[in-house]
Design a protein. Structure first.
Length: 212
């Protein structure tokens, strides 16, 4: 087997990791942004969950932190697994690390798709495209990143070569340090929509999305 090649018989596919641990402090007084309606029917957090499942990613983990009990109750009818990050206030990196460690306690996937929980325009076909590019690379050290007009977006698909580094992340910089350190391994996947760049942080963001 070539260096970095995926041993197919020992890997279980792609696992989704949705980051939903933040306190949504910039959304006050509306409350948790993830449970807000983005249109007449859908709640914000349902978008990445539905997109992953529709893309064929059946195993999805959600990292909880602030407001964990109420958010888990809100999602109780969904086929999801959960990881609680007791250090959620330390930032995005700590939540990625907690989620990856939780996944690896139970599974050995070929890749983990790390996704923000607040992307209202995320579409299943884009996630499937990331997986398609990853599979075409046939190597565990591939990183697939969606791009729009030269800008990196979300989610990011990390091959198993990066699990150890992901599990050690800390602070609020997410996986940026890994992307910078392994730029030559990145496969950019161009997406025609800017929705991969648009997350929701404030009531103004939410209003702008509803009007778009």
């Amino acid at each position: 087997m070539k260096h970095g090649e995926i041993p197919r018989d020992s890997l279980s596919g792609v696992v989704g990791l949705i980051l939903a641990a933040g306190a949504s402090t910039r959304m006050r007084p509306l409350g948790n942004k993830l449970t807000q309606l983005i249109d007449d029917e859908r709640r914000l957090v349902s978008v990445p969950i539905d997109a992953m499942h529709e893309a064929g990613i059946d195993l999805v983990f959600v990292v909880l932190g602030s407001d964990a009990e109420s958010l888990r109750a809100f999602l109780r009818d969904r086929p999801l697994s959960y990881v609680f990050n007791p250090e959620w206030e330390m930032g995005l990196g700590s939540s990625i690390a907690a989620g990856v460690r939780g996944i690896l306690e139970l599974h050995r996937p070929k890749a983990i798709m790390v996704c923000l929980g607040d992307l209202p325009g995320l579409r299943a076909e884009w996630l499937a495209l990331l997986v398609e590019h990853f599979d075409a690379a046939n190597t565990s050290d591939c990183i697939c990143v969606p791009t729009h007009d030269g800008r990196f977006g979300h989610p990011v698909l990390f091959g198993s070569a990066y699990f150890e580094a992901l599990a050690k992340l800390a602070g609020d910089h997410g996986g940026r340090s890994i992307l910078e350190a392994h730029a030559e391994q990145i496969r950019e996947v161009e997406i025609t929509s800017d929705a991969i760049l648009r997350d929701i942080d404030t009531p103004e963001d939410l209003d702008a999305w509803r009007r778009s």
